[in-house]
Write a protein that binds this ligand. Structure first.
Ligand SMILES: [Zn+2]
Length: 283
């Protein structure tokens, strides 16, 4: 598909996402100004490359060259599209974080109309396991709003059975198409696991240490490296341990992404993407 015209003004053209008009999903409402629109990844989607997820860097270059996040103000992208596949879902998050970093936020889906429309059901396109840190508000840093993302937050973004169960619900029942494990620089939980003994911290805080210690060992005690290793380990654990998540990945209905949010720059850097899990001989 070539360049699309976004409005009556012939100077405003975009060759970004293909937008299809679809039916309204059950329990799901559209943007602030109309029915929901649907988008599927195609050759013109920045994050799509030869049928697979393009790297974050390559997608960013393509997005910049298409001028996608310099859209004219009247091109009302508050009426955001709903991704129908994992690549489109990852693209939504990548583009949202770029808008946030570049000060071009749309702050979509944050009004009472949206709240009322969601009262009877939710249909988030992404599920998150992120740290509980107050400086990592997922909806804000990915420029999303009510009903867009299903978020589990726990210090150190660690996996346990309750976390896994919540994320299985967010994906297999609610339909999230990307499962994102989000760590952040200078994570206190990782730092504590790397530098403290259980008796040095109050109450049950040390219960987190057990989950983070494999990453700390792998990073030889270096905190920033351990943050990255921890994201990768937790993402791999979710993808491999849960039969439900594993199946969704193999069916190409879900992709798992792990990334680190930089507290100073606002940028999220992806470290791992899991698009497939080969079957073991026993399966
Ligand atoms: Zn943290």
């Amino acid at each position: 598909m070539g360049a699309q015209q976004c409005c009556d003004n012939p100077t405003h053209k975009t060759n970004s996402l293909q937008i299809d008009t679809g039916k309204r999903g059950k329990g799901f409402s559209g943007g602030d100004n109309g029915p929901v629109r649907y988008v599927s990844a195609n050759a013109n989607t920045p994050s799509y490359e030869a049928g697979k997820l393009a790297t974050q860097q390559r997608a960013a270059v393509r997005r910049r060259s298409s001028g996608e996040f310099n859209l004219p103000a009247h091109h009302n992208e508050k009426q955001l599209v709903y991704p129908t596949d994992p690549i489109s879902a990852v693209e939504m998050l990548r583009a949202g974080n770029e808008r946030f970093v570049n000060g071009k936020v749309l702050a979509p889906h944050r009004n009472m109309e949206r709240v009322r429309n969601l009262a009877d059901g939710q249909h988030p396109f992404a599920a998150f396991l992120s740290c509980a840190d107050s400086r990592v508000p997922v909806e804000i840093l990915f420029d999303q709003g009510f009903g867009d993302v299903f978020v589990v937050r726990v210090a150190g973004n660690v996996v346990n059975p309750e976390v896994t169960g919540s994320l299985e619900f967010g994906t297999s029942v609610l339909g999230a198409k990307v499962l994102y494990v989000l760590g952040h620089t200078a994570c206190g939980a990782v730092k504590a696991a790397a530098t403290s003994e259980a008796e040095d911290v109050p109450g049950l805080v040390s219960s987190l240490f057990y989950h983070v210690q494999p990453a700390v060992r792998q990073a030889q005690g270096k905190v920033e490296k351990a943050v990255e290793e921890n994201v990768k380990i937790q993402a791999q654990q979710l993808a491999e341990v849960s039969p439900i998540l594993r199946t969704l990945i193999r069916q190409k209905k879900l992709v798992v992404v792990g990334g680190v949010y930089n507290l100073k720059t606002g940028e999220v850097q992806e470290l791992i993407t899991i698009e497939d899990i080969p079957k073991k001989p026993s399966e």
